[in-house]
Design a protein around this ligand. Structure first.
Ligand code: SF4
Ligand code: SF4
Length: 134
């Protein structure tokens, strides 16, 4: 059964917060789907970039449980194609900030074998720590 759409103070507040954090006028998104069609990582995502935008528009905080915002690689393919000029990577970053500000990390290097970590380029490790930990 489709999820019931509920707009209340909490959902409006959530939308306002993500608009403030991202600097993007998320309400402009008209759900054309162009971002999802061109995203190189969409196959790995549990919700598409345009679904992520819709959830934020509706203030649905369960979007924070999605892995899409963590998988967004800020490649900006969607940004250059979006007919509304929206930068979806900034929206994904805003969502990550909400989680990270609660000191909830999305990466624990202790879960990876030391030998594997040694093989990784240091710059990749630093970038991952910056993006995925608080
Ligand atoms: S391309 Fe832009 S307007 Fe279209 S769904 Fe994606 S974010 Fe919304
Ligand atoms: S910026 Fe993120 S959402 Fe947009 S195309 Fe790249 S990976 Fe996909």
């Amino acid at each position: 059964m489709p999820k019931k759409i509920v707009i209340n103070d909490a959902s409006e507040e959530f939308l306002r917060k993500i608009i403030e954090l991202s600097g993007e006028v998320i309400t402009l998104c008209d759900q054309c789907g162009t971002c999802s069609g061109g995203c190189p990582f969409v196959e790995e995502m549990d919700i598409t970039p345009s679904q992520l935008m819709r959830k934020v528009q509706l203030g649905q905080q369960d979007v924070l449980e999605s892995k899409t915002m963590w998988l967004c690689a800020t490649c900006n393919t969607c940004t250059v194609r979006c007919p509304r000029g929206l930068d979806l990577s900034k929206v994904a970053e805003g969502l990550r900030q909400v989680v990270l500000r609660q000191a909830i990390d999305n990466l624990d290097l202790n879960n990876y074998p030391k030998e594997e970590i040694k093989e990784l380029p240091q710059i990749a490790i630093i970038a991952a720590i910056r993006k995925l930990t608080s």
